[in-house]
Design a binder for this molecule. Structure first.
Ligand code: UDP
Length: 236
């Protein structure tokens, strides 16, 4: 049973368990909602459905962990999308499996591919494409030709979740995962917060300091927390 946080059900798994579960999914997709995405899903029904229909829903962001705790339904741990992707790619590399990188600005996925090939010996990056295409057909054709075991879909929310739901079962990919800015981080275009900031639960603050333009999006975090407290008071 999933743990409900403001209408989004989360799988209660450790990172290790999430990787194990991922290896058993055939043809589904993984989503990694943070508080901003949960908030967005309250207004966007397509996103809500995409989260509901996912094969696995992982809590990306300390806000979800706090929210679940406030609602007295604690989750085991935060499973950030990037940590899930890295751990899963490491496992796939040991089995010489194939990964396709889809999303981010032109050139970023290729750069990420170079870095991943060096970091994970044994992995085959079987295709790359940017996330600003107008027509789905050539992208789908490239994926179906490459037949990846893992397809990273990095368009940001809600585009990536809605795209994965629409294409689930229609593309030849073992598993898809919606991972936001992960290709930017793999490529080295955007820096991830240092380990100590992540562990202290301040990754969001680091991202805000590095990219002040995110301020509008960050305002959804207090709204999310107020709604959680409201849900707690109403006893649901
Ligand atoms: N992006 C894309 N296609 C679009 C819009 C965005 O490929 O139509 C990419 C964008 O270039 C960036 C990623 O999606 O690489 C979104 O990153 P962001 O940091 O906003 O996502 P988060 O990690 O916060 O979910």
């Amino acid at each position: 049973m999933r743990i409900d946080v403001l209408g989004v059900g989360f799988d209660n798994l450790t990172l290790e368990q999430a990787v194990e579960k991922a290896s058993r999914i055939k043809g589904g997709y993984v989503v990694t909602p943070n508080p901003e995405i949960v908030w967005l899903a309250r207004q966007n029904n397509d996103l809500k459905l995409a989260l509901q229909d996912a094969s696995m829903v992982l809590p990306d962001g300390i806000g979800i962990i706090h929210g679940a705790r406030i609602l007295s339904r604690p989750l085991k741990e935060r499973v950030p999308g990037i940590e899930f992707a890295s751990a899963y790619i490491e496992r796939l590399a040991s089995e010489n499996k194939k990964v396709f990188l889809l999303g981010a600005k032109p050139g970023v996925a290729e750069l990420a591919a170079e870095k991943l090939r060096k970091a994970y010996k044994g992995i085959e990056i079987c295709g790359t494409a940017d996330g600003y295409f107008k027509d789905d057909a050539p992208i789908i054709a490239a994926i179906n030709e490459a037949k990846p075991d893992f397809l990273l879909v990095c368009f940001g929310a809600p585009k990536q979740e809605i795209w994965m739901r629409e294409h689930s079962g229609k593309v030849s990919a073992g598993l898809m995962a919606g991972l936001g800015g992960v290709l930017d981080v793999y490529a080295g275009v955007v820096e991830r917060a240092p380990e100590a900031w992540c562990r202290a639960g301040f990754e969001w603050l680091y991202r805000l300091l590095k990219q002040p333009s995110r301020i509008g999006r960050m305002f959804k975090l207090p709204l999310f927390m107020f709604a959680v407290i409201g849900q707690r008071i109403r006893g649901r």
